[in-house]
Design a protein around this ligand. Structure first.
Ligand SMILES: Cc1cc2nc3c(=O)[nH]c(=O)nc-3n(C[C@H](O)[C@H](O)[C@H](O)COP(=O)(O)OP(=O)(O)OC[C@H]3O[C@@H](n4cnc5c(N)ncnc54)[C@H](O)[C@@H]3O)c2cc1C
Ligand code: FES
Ligand code: FES
Length: 1357
């Protein structure tokens, strides 16, 4: 029952409700121990908005507003009068309605510790274990851990992994977070300060984690648990005594809170809620708000009356009856899970088949923060076709009690319960009171299945539950119910199939009949929303097959005479249980005897980590509000290509709070913009060229008012034909110029020399940056001479400055851009940040008032572009030995509606087209497709990964077509010292062969290969795969002029040093490394050195913090500045050799010596020319090799990352903890790119995946079960600062080893069906692609529809 129109009045409330009267009740709650009495609680306000805007508690972050990232996690505590117990639970503040908090204690990250006071151990350990990079996710993760410990001070690793199901981190790769927190667990290998037989490492320093770097040159510890404060659960913040007495003394009473558009009614009896529902049939019953909150935020729904049933005993009780367990509809999923788990432990197993199926679904249902608040009734009544619980309830025949004020009725959950998309038989005046989940019968077996793109916290593609009951003692089917979600507009029962199978014997014949009938019954329109039609249909069969095997096993266990499940099929029945990950990190220890004050080369903690863990670190949107500040919301195009006919703001103007609109004619300077060429407009002028194109903006008093007004602006378009996909662009020859070519040798001659020539193609999907902190800008006009100060979350302070100045029509010297830190960037904040910052600056200039905007996640994903999708076509010639003789490759990137950085991205793809292989005759061409998508942009790797991915595809094809081991063919073609690249750069100081050999031996490649081959022979439906992949990544900006950097160092008279340089901090630890460098050169402890921020008025004309080169460039500039200062101090040191640093500084000062110096650096000898294919492109190369093993489930397409070994050459690491953090973070981001993350666009160019709910980045559960990262030792690099190497981007491509391991496993599956040889597998290797590639008897029953005969839901762009 979806409504899109707006309803206005809150309606007359029932005057008899206690406390309702004509006004609002007082909302009483506590935040971090402080009592808050809110007299005007707005039913539409979330706890997060209240914390951040009203209380100024900005430690709790906004990452998505849809419960999908966990950045907003806080802990709620309430005293339960019926159990007389305190309940602590983690929730998402972004979805928690403020009004639901009456008599609740809220604990935020600020409430448990601070740098100034004392850190809580959960804050300290994540910081010291290097689990916080950009830190934007950190408060949420801290609070998830804290809530776990409040409930269970001695958790197991599994408890911890469960607690983190609802938290995402884009930087760390998760490993260090788990590593730090395993010290709290009982089975994580550390007693966490509780003491063990042989003492405790935290007190006696004998723990295994202690670094042994004094003794050996190879170190394996990145932190020492001896540095951790012990955890003492008795010291926790107490539940506020006043709240305790308020809660205990409370006699339940109804509450009423009135807002502008909605009224919250919290009745205390069943009669009262039924009467209210009678009076307000449109009222929503809200428990967790996890569905309604999304509808209000993202679907513009307004619900004038909200009924909250949390005080009503009947809706919150649990009753055990003769037939099963009855749950009140408002029981939370966590509570339901706990009750069912206990029932499973105490009841005979045959009674609990249904309960186990529910529990299996709950394991993968959202994250814990959602399960802690979402109600079972909410899941049923949302009636979502992909609900995970409804199929189980349906297959089990659960009974629902419905009630209105005149009485109750009991209905069975069968196929008549759901009457259409999100509709049920419930009458508007009725509510759901309870659900009875029945015990299973002796001869009944039940299973539940969920298949989603990501295992953790994801919505289903197909979800199913199956129940079969046999005639006792036989295998004759008495009753069968197969229910599916994701196969129609409602949860459905496969009735036809079930009817056919009733009375039949459970055996091969039944299976065949079931599959052919299911294939006919479970059909989908080829254009169905959600797409994946063939996959979804195949899943219905595959899941049934799993059920079939499971039931066979169970029947045999009961002594029924059925065929035995063949041993090679057993693994198909096993439920997935994550294994606790383990890891090893290896790096070169600093030489013996080096002073402890010299921190260079040591695993020093990120300098902001502590502040990030306590929520004290300030991000752009955490800057306190200016008194007269306004908020901006963007008006964007809903069409991919159109002329704007009219823009009607009249309805928006009438909305509260609106101050003004900003359109193209408000731009005083130039509307033309763009990072390299000015081919974009700040605000659209007459035409739009992508969905999300910025047309204008609304400025209002608050964010909510601005956003509502922006949505009320009506735009009329005349639509033009869009070009959306690469294939459409090729057909229309829609390319940006120039088309780049690199050629070396003679490819045609090479093909002639080859024994074989093979052609192939591959598409690599794009990727959303998904920095946890979305784009944000605060522009503050200074009132004089056109001056403006901007706080921006950007990697390019100088580019922001120049483009803002251009739009304002002022010289650059009037604009100051300041960047404190970013909550992640990954290239996404290199150029596209200016699309927002220029508009905000124009608005602030127009109004002469501060204006702020932080994009919502869906806006950010829609507007700011991402990694370029690539399509590659190749022809490769090779000898029988596998030696590649010639290559001809064409790359096509989807550049989007403007040039942005696409040319440089393509150039880097071409510079990496041979990856690490020596090909004598090679030609590469790069085409930039001009399409009507938002402009794609820089993303970690910058085209390199796409370039190399195609090369790994052809090298795999070569091996497969020759029937040789891919590892052998790779090794054969690998570069050697002195070889020259296609762009004629000689490879010196070559270490790739060393990385390769170390990786082979550390991963035990050959033994692993043998074990995998054995495994694959023994298992039909699960297969393992292995791949070892090298990478060679060129370091330097390919635009030569960008290879420069500046630094400014001030020494103050007290000896403290203020360091500024041109790079920005986005979590990568750049500032920490710069301080380490300055500390080494100045010869002072790092604690004397401070970096405050990056700003355009300290270091001008900076290059973006990008291309992995920032440590090299800025580090050398810092070194230069510090050396200048040291030279100036030298006479005073010589004069007073025994003096202190402070003495020398003072002496120099009194001697009138400047204690401030600029440093500068430019990379020497660069300059490549495409026409002559000569000149140096790169300063040097970073090398690495990874070996990964995976296991795929051939029936579902799901895969497990079993093991990864990485060997990475980072030269002499400046900071091994930070570098390993970069390696692991990049690897996990690459893992997302190549196996998980899929952006879906409609054929009309509309992005369909706009948040964590539909776009899946890797989660905690995606880390390889064993992960080894080794930094190559004894590999100094003479081309960069202190012999180090760049590390930010190079390791990302190593995740392709997982992709090619998956491909290896698929090959094994295909071989079972007799299919051999090369095959195309596009990236990402999603569950859908894996399943579809594993051709078998089930896929053959579900052939795809003829392409071109239908309009697909989404297209490959
Ligand atoms: C991040 C995230 C992840 C999710 N993951 C999953 C998942 O993995 N699987 C899945 O199935 N779902 C998932 N969901 C959907 C959602 O959380 C569940 O459907 C949840 O159970 C809804 O419960 P709630 O109490 O929050 O509902 P609310 O939002 O409070 O209410 C939902 C609807 O149910 C109605 N309603 C609630 N109680 C009653 C009642 N007693 N009588 C009549 N109507 C009632 C309300 O009026 C409203 O229309 C997810 C949601 C989010 C935000
Ligand atoms: S901001 Fe609340 S979960 Fe993402
Ligand atoms: S540190 Fe987790 S998102 Fe950046």
């Amino acid at each position: 029952m979806e409504r899109t129109e707006r309803t206005t009045s809150g309606g007359e409330m029932n005057g008899t409700m206690a406390g309702s009267g004509s006004g609002s009740d007082e909302l009483i709650f506590f935040v971090n121990g402080k009592k808050i009495v809110e007299k005007n609680a707005d039913p539409e306000m979330t706890l997060l908005t209240y914390l951040r805007r009203k209380l100024g508690l900005t430690g709790t972050k906004l990452g998505c507003a849809e419960g999908g990232c966990g950045a907003c996690t806080v802990m709620l505590s309430r005293f339960q009068t019926h159990t007389q117990q305190l309940l602590h639970y983690a929730v998402n503040a972004c979805l928690a309605p403020l009004c639901s908090l009456h008599l609740v204690a809220v604990t935020t990250v600020e409430g448990i510790g601070s740098v100034a006071r004392k850190l809580h151990p959960v804050q300290e350990r994540i910081a010291k274990a290097h689990g916080s990079q950009c830190g934007f996710c950190t408060p949420g993760i801290v609070m998830s851990m804290y809530a776990l410990l409040r409930n269970n001070p001695t958790p197991k690793m599994a408890d911890m992994e469960e607690a983190f199901q609802g938290n995402l981190c884009r930087c760390t790769g998760y490993r260090p977070i788990l590593e730090g927190y395993k010290t709290f667990t009982v089975d994580g290998g550390c007693c966490g300060g509780r003491g063990r037989e042989n003492g405790c490492c935290m007190t006696n320093g004998s723990g295994v984690e202690k670094t042994s770097e004094e003794d050996v040159d190879e170190a394996t510890a990145l932190f020492s648990t001896t540095d951790f404060a012990p955890f003492d659960p008795t010291q926790e913040v107490i539940f506020p005594p006043e709240l305790m007495s308020l809660s205990k003394g409370q006699r339940s009473r109804s509450l009423c809170f009135r807002g502008d558009r909605a009224t919250w009614l919290q009745p205390d009896t069943l009669e009262e809620i039924l009467r209210l529902k009678w009076k307000h049939p449109d009222a929503r019953v809200v428990v967790g708000n996890t569905e309604v909150g999304i509808e209000v935020k993202f679907k513009n729904m307004v619900y004038p009356v909200i009924l909250a049933p949390s005080f009503i005993p009947e809706l919150n009780s649990v009753t055990h009856t003769e037939d099963g367990v009855v749950f009140g509809a408002a029981c939370t999923l966590s509570h339901m899970g706990a009750v069912l788990r206990q029932a499973v432990e105490t009841l005979p197993p045959h009674q609990t088949e249904v309960f186990l199926a529910v529990l299996e679904q709950l394991r993968w249902f959202a994250g814990q923060q959602i399960r802690n608040v979402a109600a079972v009734g909410g899941n049923i009544m949302t009636a979502s076709p992909i609900s995970d619980l409804n199929p189980v309830f349906m297959a089990a025949g659960c009974k629902l009690t419905l009630m209105d004020k005149d009485g109750s009725r009991v209905v069975q959950m069968d196929d008549s319960f759901f009457t259409g998309y999100r509709r049920t038989v419930l009458r508007p005046q009725e509510i759901l009171v309870s659900i009875e989940i029945p015990y299973s019968q002796k001869t009944q077996f039940v299973s539940a299945f969920k298949q989603s793109p990501r295992r953790e916290d994801d919505i289903s593609i197909v979800t199913a539950a199956m129940s079969v009951t046999f005639t006792p003692g036989s295998n004759v089917v008495e009753d069968l119910r197969l229910s599916y979600g994701g196969m129609a507009a409602t949860t459905v029962l496969a009735k036809r199939t079930a009817n056919r199978l009733r009375g039949r014997c459970w055996g091969e014949e039944l299976l065949q009949e079931a599959c052919s009938t299911l294939a006919e019954e479970m059909t989908l329109d080829p254009s169905v929303p959600g797409g994946m039609v063939t996959y979804r249909r195949t899943l219905t069969l595959s899941l049934f097959y799993k059920f079939y095997l499971t039931v066979l096993q169970k029947l045999r266990q009961q002594g029924v005479n059925v065929e035995e499940v063949k041993s090679d099929c057993v693994s198909a029945t096993e439920l997935y249980h994550p294994q606790t990950p383990s890891s090893v990190q290896i790096y070169q220890a600093v030489p013996k005897g080096r002073s402890q004050d010299d921190v260079l080369g040591r695993p020093m903690m990120h300098l902001s980590a502590m502040k990030q863990a306590t929520g004290e670190a300030v991000y752009c949107d955490d800057v306190p509000l200016y008194e007269n500040e306004l908020y901006l919301s963007l008006i964007t195009s809903s069409k991919a290509h159109a002329r704007i006919i009219s823009v009607d703001t009249s309805a928006a103007e009438r909305l509260p709070g609106v101050v003004c609109f900003v359109f193209a004619d408000d731009i005083l300077g130039s509307n033309a913009t763009g990072p390299v060429v000015y081919d974009e407009s700040v605000l659209a002028d007459g035409q739009v060229t992508c969905v999300g194109h910025i047309i204008g903006a609304v400025v209002a008093d608050t964010q909510l008012h601005a956003q509502r007004a922006a949505k009320a602006v009506k735009i009329q378009y005349e639509e033009l034909q869009p070009v959306v996909t690469i294939q459409e662009a090729i057909a229309a020859q829609s390319f940006y110029q120039p088309i780049r070519t690199i050629q070396k040798g003679d490819p045609e001659a090479g093909f002639k020399q080859a024994d074989h020539v093979l052609e192939g193609e591959m598409h690599i999907g794009g990727q959303e940056h998904f920095y946890l902190e979305t784009n944000a800008t605060l522009a503050v006009p200074r009132g004089e001479d056109g001056e403006m100060e901007l706080f921006v979350s950007t990697q390019s302070a100088s580019k922001t400055q120049s483009l803002v100045a251009k739009a304002l029509g002022v010289p650059a010297n009037r604009v100051v851009v300041r960047v404190k830190r970013m909550g992640g960037g990954f290239g996404g904040k290199e150029s596209r940040t200016t699309v927002l910052s220029t508009v905000v600056a124009v608005a602030a200039n127009k109004l002469k008032r501060p204006v702020r905007c932080m994009l919502d996640r869906d806006e950010d994903m829609l507007i700011t572009g991402g990694r370029h999708p690539f399509y590659g076509k190749y022809k490769v010639g090779f000898l029988n030995s596998g030696k590649v003789m010639a290559l001809d490759v064409s790359y096509y990137s989807n550049a989007g509606n403007s040039m942005d950085l696409s040319l440089s991205v393509m150039e880097r793809a071409l510079f990496h087209m041979e990856n690490s292989y020596n090909v004598a005759n090679v030609r590469g061409q790069g085409f930039l497709c001009r399409t009507n998508l938002p402009s794609n942009t820089a993303f970690r790797g910058f085209g390199g990964p796409q370039g190399m991915m195609i090369s790994e595809s052809w090298i795999t094809d070569v091996a497969q077509s020759l029937g040789k081991a891919a590892e052998e063919v790779r090794r054969l073609n690998l570069y050697m010292e002195g070889d020259s690249t296609p762009y004629n750069q000689i490879l010196d100081q070559f270490t790739l062969d060393r990385c390769w050999d170390e990786c082979l031996s550390r991963s035990e490649y050959q033994q692993r290969r043998a074990a995998i081959d054995l495994y694959n022979r023994q298992n039909r439906w699960t297969k393992r795969g292995l791949a070892i992949v090298p990478t060679k990544f060129g370091i330097s900006f390919t635009a030569v002029f960008l290879n420069q950097a500046g630094a400014l160092v001030h020494i103050y008279t007290d000896g403290s040093v203020l360091l500024t340089h041109g790079g920005t901090e986005m979590g990568q630890g750049l500032h920490t490394k710069m301080v380490q460098i300055a500390s080494r050169v100045l010869g002072i402890p790092y604690s004397k050195i401070h970096i405050s921020e990056t700003s355009t008025n300290t270091v001008p004309n900076t290059s973006p913090t990008a291309a992995s080169a920032s440590s090299d460039l800025n580090g050398a500039a810092v070194q230069n500045a510090c050396e200048i200062l040291m030279k100036r101090l030298e006479p005073y040191k010589n004069k007073n050799p025994k003096g202190s640093w402070e003495d020398w500084v003072k002496s120099a000062y009194f001697d009138r010596v400047s204690l401030s110096a600029n440093g500068f650096y430019k990379t020497p000898d660069l300059g490549y020319d495409f026409d002559s294919n000569s000149g140096r492109v790169f300063n040097y190369f970073s090398y690495g090799v990874a070996c990964s093993e995976v296991e795929i489930d051939c029936l579902t397409g799901a895969h497990k990352n079993l093991s990864t070994t990485i060997v990475m050459d980072v030269g002499h690491s400046l900071n091994p903890a930070i570098d390993i953090g970069q390696v692991e973070g990049a690897f996990m981001q690459g893992l997302g790119l190549f196996t998980l993350e899929e952006l879906h666009y409609s054929p009309r160019g509309v992005l369909l995946t706009r948040g964590p709910g539909s776009y899946k980045i890797p989660a905690f559960g995606d880390i390889p079960t064993t992960l080894t990262v080794s930094l190559l030792r004894d590999a100094p690099n003479d081309k960069a600062i202190f012999a180090s190497k760049a590390v930010g981007e190079p390791p990302l491509f190593l995740a392709s080893s997982v992709f090619f391991a998956i491909k290896d496993a698929i090959s094994a599956a295909r071989a079972e069906s007799g299919i051999k040889g090369p095959f195309r597998l596009d990236s990402p290797a999603s569950a859908e692609r894996i399943r579809n590639a594993c051709t078998d008897r089930f896929t053959k029953l579900c052939p795809p529809a003829e392409p071109g005969s239908f309009t697909p839901w989404s297209v490959q762009v």
